[in-house]
Every structure is written in structure tokens, then in C-alpha cells.
Design a protein around this ligand. Sequence first.
Ligand SMILES: *Cc1c(COP(=O)(O)O)cnc(C)c1O
Length: 226
Amino acid sequence: MSTTATQSSGLATVRAEIERACREASRDPASVTLVAVSKTFFADAIEPVLAAGQKVFGENRVQEAQKKWPPLLASHPGVELHMIGPLQSNKAKEAVALFDAIHSVDRPSLCEALGKEIARQGKRPKLFVEINSGAEVQKAGVLPQEADDFLKRCRDAYGLVIDGLMCIPPAEEAPAPHFALTAKIARRNGLKLLSMGMSADFPEAIAMGATHVRVGSAIFGAREKH
Ligand SMILES: *Cc1c(COP(=O)(O)O)cnc(C)c1O
């Protein structure tokens, strides 16, 4: 298959799986946003997915997104870009300018920088606080037992409106308990959005209430190490 055919059939398969998972969970498919994770792929791989009508894309590096996306966004009005990777506070300015959502809010210093930039630029991306649901030492995110305090601090100390939570379950564990824990923290804090589920587990995430699934390789194919 040509690369174009590969990506559009990957997208069609993922869309069908989302619809099936929604049917099984008695959910409206319109309540789940597919974030097509295009990190490491160049415009030639992204264009067929844009042509197939995909409107929301995820990237994990500010600099890479700044290089790739401005021309694509200019030629495809209405496309949203989501930041899904770790974000340094000194990139908050660029991130607020470029992204429509940030899924990786996880530290007071980043909250402070985002609060300033949102006020300065008058542009408010949707914000997700990342939960380190498996309490993994090497992983970003707020520990589950610290999440309620952190969310309160986001509002009270930094004036941020937090829209939802995000999690990346530990690679070697069943994801469902991590999705359930993240959903529970969101519920008790009155947060409506849940960014959870990747290529390997997005149907399970939808069953547990995901509103945003972040799917890369199932659409674009395998990535080179990055
Ligand atoms: C790369 C990435 C994804 C997509 O992963 P796939 O397994 O390719 O679907 C989702 N979320 C985050 C945070 C990522 O970095």
C-alpha cells in the first residue's frame, strides 16, 4: 500500500473501533474526540489524514510542532492542535500561542507560567492535569493522592481553569484500573474531560469514560525511535 492508503485505512479502522466502543458503552460517538498523534511524522504523512477530514492532532514537542504545523494549519482552517507531551515552563509562551489544548499540566511552575501567558495572550487552551496513576518515579504527572490539592491550587493560586485529567497507564500493567482511578478523581473534582487511551487500549478507555483518545501508531503506522 502507498503511505496515503495506509494512513487513511488506519484512520478508518480507528474511527470504526471508536464507534463500536461507544455503542457497547451506550455512549454517543460525538462525546469522544479522536486526537490523531502525529509526532515524528512529516507533513506528507499528515496530509492524507487531514484530507480524510480529521480535525484534531496531537504533538509531544513544541519545537517540532512549530516547524511542521503553521503551513498545515494555514491550509486547513478549523484544525485543532493538542500538546500531549511534557512541557517545560520556558515553553509556555509558545505552547499557549500554538496549541488549542495542553494535556500535560503537572507542576506549579508550569501552572504559573501558563497562567501568565493565558492572561497576556488572551487565549485560553483547554487544560488537562496529568495524573501519574501508577506513581511511577520516572513518569511526569501529579500523584493520585495529591491531585485534589493540586487542582485546588491551579484554580486558587494560578487562576487556571482546568477542564479535565489525562493519564498514561504503566506500560506493563492492565490499563483499566488506571482509567478508573483517573475517572474517579475527575468526577469528585467536577471535571468533565478525560484524556485517556492510546492505540493499544483506547476502546477500554472509552468504556471507562474517556472523552479524548490519543491515537498515533494505529493511524500513522509504527514510529522510528524518537
Ligand atoms: C505517543 C503518544 C501517544 C500515542 O501513542 P500510540 O501508542 O502510538 O497510539 C499518546 N499519548 C501520549 C502522551 C504520547 O506521547
